[in-house]
Design a protein around this ligand. Sequence first.
Ligand code: GDP
Ligand code: MG
Length: 175
Amino acid sequence: MDRMRNNNMQAKLVLLGDMGTGKTSLVVRFVKGQYCDCQESTIGAAFFSQVLSLNDAIVKFDIWDTAGQERYHSLAPMYYRGAAAAIVVYDISSTDSFARAKKWVEELKRQGNTYMIMALVGNKVDLEKDRKVHIEEGTQYAEENGLYFTETSAKTALNVNELFYEVAKRLVKAR
Ligand code: GDP
Ligand code: MG
């Protein structure tokens, strides 16, 4: 019991990435288990809370999703200040979004804390036929920069839970 209590942690988790890459859809998929195929998903709740039970710890995520400010390719540093973890999302069918994702990673590295757990995510793998960013490109960039990497689909739910659980595990391990 005590051990459990000691292993409780609360962590701010932010999502970054180009508009339209599926950040909101990933969060909604994870928190609500649903997929909303609507253009409106960027507008809406920008804050979610979710508790994850791991084998040896309980992690409460305060998830910050943008309300569309990424449209202007800049986010107030306040958005990611104090974040224990960041998920940077690109769309595998868009090379631009991959380039932007790298910029976000660089910005986080410059301004974020050095202990921040970072994940790079290629979303929309269900659009394999439209793929423009090879998995190797994501893997390699992540390796070079010490990021966790995965490819997901908010639409089919592929690897979405795994992503959030992996981030939680790394947080617990790192503390
Ligand atoms: P955000 O701007 O990064 O928050 O992106 P949204 O979550 O609003 O998603 C933008 C658009 O991409 C919406 O039309 C979503 O339905 C769609 N979308 C999100 N995730 C996926 C996915 O995994 N596969 C496909 N095919 N479409 C997706
Ligand atoms: Mg959004």
